[in-house]
Structures are given as structure tokens and as C-alpha cells.
Write a protein that binds this ligand. Structure first.
Ligand SMILES: Cc1cc2nc3c(=O)[nH]c(=O)nc-3n(C[C@H](O)[C@H](O)[C@H](O)COP(=O)(O)OP(=O)(O)OC[C@H]3O[C@@H](n4cnc5c(N)ncnc54)[C@H](O)[C@@H]3O)c2cc1C
Length: 308
């Protein structure tokens, strides 16, 4: 029940100021967002790849309000890619981007986001890796899929994300599975209305399994973005039934969540990619992590009270 309240708070400027300024917030944030700069995260990238894990890197930020901020977001990714180059990690370190951070919601935003993301995709390809377009709220998705399709003309490895809580996703999955796309399937992290999305966990989970089956049986590369133990077992079974080898799909989890499971799956020979977010504009990302698990919020609230 708390999830929707927290997600609503994640859109409030007043809450943003309050929570961002609280001295204790930083410690809780660090669990999910291990740094603010490229220098902070390069050692983490090396540590995790050294343990046999792969990464997808997210420079946090979304809902920007000026074209200059969108250009700065593009440049932050270009700097990251530049710094990754000498490490020669190839696809072991890819990028995840939110198109809202590239200007998608500004006037002329579709073209602006495409113009900003293209150089990032080109730079990633030049160091032997790729980019995945994150899924944001449902109003942004037609534009995201159109940008994905456009980028795939030159860079077919460009990935995108689909969310099992949305009614539209089964159809999106059929299209993406047929055209051979790299697709990350997640449950969905935004507050969506009942007209467009399932509201009950069991419906979202059942849709996840149906969609995953479509992806596994299709021509593309499925990326299972979930920490849910039941879904991970089902994914392994579906991959097996579809005759997929271990390198023909991958698991993805968020930095700081079920880290033992990251290592267990990697040790079993699975490709396991850790979504690692960094940067200063962490508020929206952090609030979604709180909303996903009430225990996170209780821990955060207790820390605030005991320090306050
Ligand atoms: C790699 C990756 C990329 C993602 N990209 C997107 C995206 O582009 N768009 C989007 O809308 N959503 C994205 N998400 C978030 C996703 O939609 C879910 O909100 C999130 O993954 C929680 O769902 P779950 O599948 O882990 O299952 P849940 O049923 O929520 O969780 C299963 C178990 O995982 C653990 N867990 C889950 N979340 C947390 C948490 N925050 N803190 C502590 N433990 C937790 C708990 O043990 C929980 O019982 C992404 C998730 C992952 C893993």
C-alpha cells in the first residue's frame, strides 16, 4: 500500500528538497547508488567484473527541464564511455539511459532525445559495447520504441525495456521478439493508472511469465530484469524449454539488491548483469527503490528518527 504513496512523493519538489537535505539520507542512498562521479564507480566496475559479473551503467537523472541539461546528460555518458575505453571490457560494461534525461519531455523532445542519445550509442559501439533504453512512465513509451527502432537501423544491438504491469506489453513483446531485439523485461517501477496497467502483484507476475515465454521463444535476446526468486527459476525453465544456451539470455539485477544472488547465478555459468547507477541526481531512482520494498522505507524512516 505504501508503494504508490512513495511514488507520488517521488514527483514532489518539496519532498525532494526535504529528503535530499536530510543528513542521514546519504548512508541509505549509498546502498543503491555507490558513487557520484566516474572516479567513484570505476573501481566498482573493476571489482564486479573481476568477480565474473557484467554491468549496465546508469548516470542518474530524469525529468530535466532545459536542452542544456539534456546535453549535459549526453556528455556525462560520453565521459563515462571515454573512461571505460582503456579497460577494454566490451559488452561486460554497457549503458542504460533514460530518454527523459536526454530531453524527451521538452518541446520537440522526441527529436532532441534521439539527437542526444545517438552519439552515446555510437561511442558505445566504438568501444565494443551497447546501450539499453530504460522504460519510464507509459506516456513516454511510443517515443522510446520509435527511437529504439531508429537506432537499431545502424546499431541492431541497442536494447530496450518492457514492463509486465502494462496491458500493452504483450503486444510490444511479440513485435520485439520477432524482430530480434535485445529486450529487458521488468515488472515496472512507476505509478500507473488502472486504465493502462495491472495493479495486483499476482497479475503482474503472471503477465511477466507470459511475456518472458514470448521472448524466450522469439528471435531476440531476453534480459530478465528481476530479483524475484520464483521468476528466476521460471526463467531458467523457459530458457531450457526454448533450447537457449547460457549465452543466449541473461539475468539483470540492481546494484545493492540480492548481491549474493548475483554471485550465485554467475557461478552457475549464467550471464549476470548488475544495473549500477551513479551521479548526483539520485532522488527519483532512490525513491523507486524505497517504493519497491516497504522494509527499505522502514529502515530509512528509523534512521531519520534515530538521528533526528
Ligand atoms: C536490471 C533492472 C533494470 C530495471 N529497469 C527498469 C526500467 O527501465 N523501468 C522500470 O519501470 N523498472 C525497471 N526496473 C525495476 C523493476 O520494474 C521493479 O520495480 C524491480 O525490479 C522490483 O521488482 P522485482 O522483479 O525485483 O520483484 P519484486 O516482487 O518487487 O521483488 C522480489 C524480491 O526482490 C527483492 N527486492 C526487490 N526490490 C527491492 C528493493 N528495492 N530493495 C530491496 N529488495 C528488493 C526483495 O527480496 C523482494 O522480495 C529494473 C529492475 C532491474 C532489476
Amino acid at each position: 500500500m505504501l508503494g504508490p504513496v512513495i511514488l507520488a512523493a517521488s514527483r514532489s519538489d518539496r519532498m525532494r528538497r526535504l529528503i535530499s537535505a536530510a543528513p542521514v539520507t546519504k548512508q541509505v542512498v549509498d546502498r543503491f547508488i555507490p558513487g557520484e562521479t566516474v572516479d567513484d564507480v570505476l573501481p566498482i566496475i573493476q571489482e564486479l567484473t573481476g568477480k565474473g559479473l557484467e554491468l549496465t551503467m546508469d548516470v542518474v537523472g530524469e525529468d530535466i527541464t532545459t536542452p542544456e541539461q539534456a546535453a549535459a546528460a549526453r556528455d556525462a555518458y560520453l565521459e563515462l564511455i571515454d573512461r571505460l575505453k582503456p579497460l577494454e571490457l566490451g559488452t561486460s560494461a554497457e549503458m542504460s539511459v533514460k530518454l527523459s534525461m536526454f530531453g524527451q519531455a521538452l518541446p520537440g523532445g522526441h527529436e532532441l532525445a534521439l539527437a542526444n542519445v545517438r552519439p552515446v550509442v555510437e561511442a558505445a559501439a566504438a568501444i565494443g559495447t551497447t546501450v539499453t533504453l530504460d522504460a519510464e512512465d507509459h506516456t513516454t513509451l511510443d517515443s522510446m520504441f520509435a527511437i529504439h527502432e531508429e537506432l537499431r537501423k545502424d546499431f541492431p544491438q541497442t536494447g530496450c525495456v518492457i514492463q509486465s504491469y502494462l496491458f500493452r506489453t504483450e503486444e510490444d513483446a511479440r513485435r520485439l521478439a520477432a524482430n530480434g531485439s535485445r529486450v529487458r523485461l521488468v515488472k515496472g517501477a512507476y505509478k500507473e493508472p488502472a486504465e493502462v496497467a495491472y495493479q495486483q502483484k499476482h497479475e503482474i507476475d503472471k503477465a511477466y511469465v507470459r511475456i518472458l515465454k514470448t521472448l524466450m521463444e522469439g528471435e531476440g535476446y531476453p534480459m530478465i530484469g528481476s530479483h524475484d526468486p520464483r521468476l528466476i527459476t521460471i526463467a531458467q525453465e523457459l530458457a531450457h524449454r526454448a533450447g537457449r544456451k547460457l549465452d543466449e539470455y541473461e539475468f539483470q539485477m540492481l546494484y545493492g539488491i540480492r548481491s549474493d544472488e548475483h554471485l550465485r547465478l554467475a557461478a552457475e555459468g549464467h550471464r549476470m548483469r548488475v544495473y549500477t547507477a551513479y551521479g548526483t541526481d539520485w532522488y527519483g531512482y532512490f525513491m523507486r527503490r524505497l517504493a519497491e520494498k516497504p522494509a527499505n522505507l522502514r529502515f530509512f524512516a528509523r534512521s531519520m528518527i534515530s538521528r533526528g
